[in-house]
Write a protein that binds this ligand. Structure first.
Ligand code: MRU
Length: 361
């Protein structure tokens, strides 16, 4: 699959937007997160196959960002189709089902594609011109993106209420602006704190094996002038034991109905460490990450990725050829480790089964 169609670009704003619809050229500009922090390169995606590949290969990653990207992918997949409204609807459904196979864990992907399907179904039922339906699908993708920006800002407002000036805050993986439309989920309070002159000292786990913490979180916080210190994953315990961390905040790929949380591999270990040190463990996410149809963490599909990420990550062999490898991309943090879940609607605490359900009423 050709993902080599690249364009050197400078960020259009004071932050790096991971997903940008390019209306002048009518294609999707996607920041290639695999190359960060060394190179800022936007891929120019014109087909849904390229979108599928970009999600699979982690050129775009982070639960909300892959949902947004897939939504644009649906438009790219149908825009060349000629035929009736019904044929267009059939193709839109096919494209949604296809894009849903790119990654299994983040429910935002399925949420965004379901929303695109519903929109296509509604448009087909209402009648009209096929060309208008295509443009309406593009508008829906843009709306998913703009709503995510507002959602993340609200998450940041709620989360910031839990933090005080001078606190040390540890995070794992990247749940920042790069993983969303803007601000991020777990990193949103750090950006709002920065805007308001509140000083937070952030510890970023490097996040083996793909280093989202080192390459992305440390990068985007440093760019914004936030006080960030990079640590290896196995240093979280020592940093906590020294009393440097007053809160942990992470993002999530899916929250089950009972409050179990799937997030980047290593999150569970951080949660256990936080509990051992009496440090609150917060999870920040949009409502679209909460999946009431999944009963518990046991039911969340966990992606396993290629062994090369561990044995020869970034091109250098660091393990013997032929060694057995286990490489799950995510783990489950049981709900008893979660102090609170912060959404755009506010802060939710245990009992999670009741309180999560309440959120959707
Ligand atoms: O494999 P990734 O990089 O897509 O994993 C990302 C995470 O685990 C994030 O913490 C999660 O998607 C939340 S992003 C706001």
């Amino acid at each position: 699959m050709n993902l080599s169609n690249k364009q050197e670009a400078k960020p259009a704003a004071d932050w790096l937007q991971s997903v940008r619809w390019n209306s002048a050229d009518n294609w999707l500009d996607l920041l290639d997160q695999r190359l960060l922090p060394a190179d800022i390169v936007y891929l120019e995606l014109t087909t849904s196959e390229q979108v599928w590949e970009a999600i699979k290969q982690l050129a775009v990653r982070g639960a909300p960002a892959i949902g947004i990207t897939a939504a644009y992918g649906v438009y790219l997949g149908v825009r060349g189709v000629s035929g009736s409204l019904e044929e267009l609807l059939d193709e839109a459904v096919k494209q949604c089902d296809y894009l849903a196979t790119s990654r299994p864990t983040a429910v935002n992907l399925f949420w965004a594609l379901e929303r695109m399907k519903q929109r296509a179904t509604g448009l087909a039922a209402a009648g009209g011109e096929p060309e208008a339906m295509k443009l309406a699908l593009l508008d829906e993708a843009k709306l998913i993106q703009s709503e995510d920006e507002e959602t993340c800002r609200l998450i940041g407002e709620h989360a910031l209420a839990l933090f005080e000036d001078g606190m040390g805050v540890l995070t794992h993986c990247n749940a920042g602006g790069l993983a969303t439309a803007r601000y991020g989920t777990a990193l949103a309070p750090m950006y709002l704190a920065q805007e308001r002159g509140i000083h937070l000292k952030v510890y970023a786990d490097e996040t083996r094996p793909v280093l989202q913490g080192a390459r992305l979180t440390a990068f985007e916080l440093q760019q914004a002038g936030v006080d960030v210190t990079l640590i290896c994953d196995n240093m979280a315990g020592v940093v906590m034991s020294k009393g440097w961390v007053q809160a942990v905040i992470v993002g999530t790929d899916r929250v089950a109905a009972n409050g179990d949380v799937a997030n980047k591999i290593g999150t569970y270990s951080v949660a256990v460490l936080a509990k051992a040190h009496g440090i609150p463990f917060y999870v920040a996410c949009p409502m679209s990450t909460i999946d009431l149809n999944t009963a518990s963490g046991d039911d969340i599909p966990i992606e396993e990725r290629h062994e090369d990420e561990i044995t020869q990550g970034f091109g250098k062999r660091t393990a013997p050829i032929g060694v057995k490898v286990f490489n799950p991309a995510f783990d489950i943090t049981p709900n008893e480790y979660v102090t609170a879940i912060i959404t755009e609607k506010g802060i939710i605490r245990a009992p999670y089964p009741e309180n999560l359900k309440q959120l959707f009423l």
